[in-house]
Design a protein around this ligand. Sequence first.
Ligand code: EPZ
Length: 418
Amino acid sequence: MQKLIIEGERKLGGSIKVHGAKNSALPILAATFLSGKHSVLHNCPRLSDVFAACRILSFLGCRCSREDDTVIIDSSQPTCAEVPDGLMREMRSSIVFLGAILGRLGKCRLSFPGGCELGPRPIDMHLSSLRLMGAQIRESHGVLDCDCSKGLVGTVINLSFPSVGATENIMLAAVLAKGETVIRNAAREPEISDLADYLNACGAKITGQGTGTIRIHGVKALNGAEYTVMPDRIVAATYMGAAAITGSELTLTGVRPSDFDSTTALFEQMGCSVYCYSDKLYISAKKPLKAVKTIRTMPYPGFPTDVQAIAMAVLTQAHGTSVIVENIFESRYKHVDELCRMGADIKAEGRVAIIEGVKRLSGAAVKATDLRGGAALVLAGLAAEGETVISDIKHIDRGYENIESALNSVGARISRVS
Ligand code: EPZ
């Protein structure tokens, strides 16, 4: 099992290039299955979740190859319509393959995705929406047997919550369905727009992406496409947090600041100076950090749940009391205990966490509990006195391409040991 060893109290300086977005690459990789042609995806991050998605495509009969950050997929020879349990369990978001397989082959068999560190991850909205489009879905012994031999038919779908995954699954199932599908209360995340833009590049007819109402007019067939995945806005937020917690200045390149206004606003509320350009951002945290009264995680364009742990780590060093309300996931505070082991003063009760700023964190042996919680521990380690050792870093590698190299390139001192 690998660990990260972080030497704390080092200032950072310089520039980091932010890689492509995991949460866009995953649904777009699933979407490449729909066309039965070649697709070329640039800016595809080298992450364990992306490798897992490519393994699922290979299992389905696709040919996948990678050259640097470009992935080439040939989905012309599908050999099966199922995703085995082992592959499903590797990555919870593999449920997004359901819409693509069903949309292309008219049937699909996959096991229920496991829950994850963020608590139960229900898929009721995914299944009820696909059933509304005519899919027969039987759930037994942890396996989903789906069939729509007569083909899926477009309809109006009202989501009770703007679920990112459910919105993606409906889009993937609808692009080759008969007639028009309208998604109301759709997720508005930039990754949804990225998926729609890739599908439209393949010849789909999708409008309204980025708003609460998305319309998909079914087409007979799709082509492949060459497409560049959007930058990862959560990784960008993480490196902004690294600058903030160490009182440093950083430039981030390859970013799209317009995707994360609410995150930028939070760092400015903490007292950081942030200058945004079309594809780069400069953050300076030379002044002492200020606490932020209340932060509520909300669906996009609200403050993202994926930045909650990052913000919490930074706020442990702010002057005063901050309150976070986690409205999206029911248990996304597993990183609190680990931050407290490093001397943070945080109390979490249900969806609310209260953070009292402390003068200094102290390095300790801690465990990554999930992807963003692990990243929060890296940030805390950068600021802590002494050495921090983080285990279970496989969680971090799911969403960050070589996090230690990126941070070492701007002055951190992090080593990866087995
Ligand atoms: C996506 O997860 C992201 N993952 C998550 O990022 C992100 O935190 C989340 O959206 C919210 O922005 C990927 O894109 C791969 P949801 P997803 O469906 O699609 C409940 C990361 O750190 N719900 O919007 O699973 C659900 O339990 C990851 O990169 C139902 O109840 O999120 C959750 O409480 C973590 N029934 C809430 O809705 C359903 O059918 C939001 O889920 C679907 C969801």
